[in-house]
Design a protein around this ligand. Sequence first.
Ligand code: SF4
Ligand code: SF4
Length: 149
Amino acid sequence: MKRRLTLHVPREAVHQPLTYRLAVDFDVAAKILRAQVAPNQSGTMVVELSGDIDELDAAEQWLERQGLRLDRAPGQLRIDAVRCVDCGLCSSVCPSEALQFSAPNWQLVFHDDRCLVCEQCIPSCPFDAISLGLDQPVAVTIQASVERA
Ligand code: SF4
Ligand code: SF4
């Protein structure tokens, strides 16, 4: 199974080979979707962890013992249908094809089940139509999508 997490990494743990330890010690693969980590500073990473449920639980507990704070609801992408002009710029930077245009109407369709919450699309929108909501659990907001007839 897969879990998407935001890891808040304290300065003391920045130099640790976290993904290597997760793979070797827990058989958990960590795909880094976004990272803002600088040497000798605390940082933040959005990761997708893959493994068995027991191994994922053990890996998360180990990360917390290393001083990391885990945010298990990294947020949900929101697209403002009023601001969006269907220019297509955001779809060109999306690595998971969560933002698509298709014939015949060529309007933006957001497939939230494919979204990795990597946030690459947010700065690509010239109309500030894309934002990240951090205040709602994924289980609720996963229902939302932008699709117009
Ligand atoms: S955050 Fe944006 S660019 Fe990243 S996967 Fe989701 S829709 Fe695509
Ligand atoms: S870049 Fe912004 S305006 Fe253009 S299609 Fe994407 S959300 Fe809509």
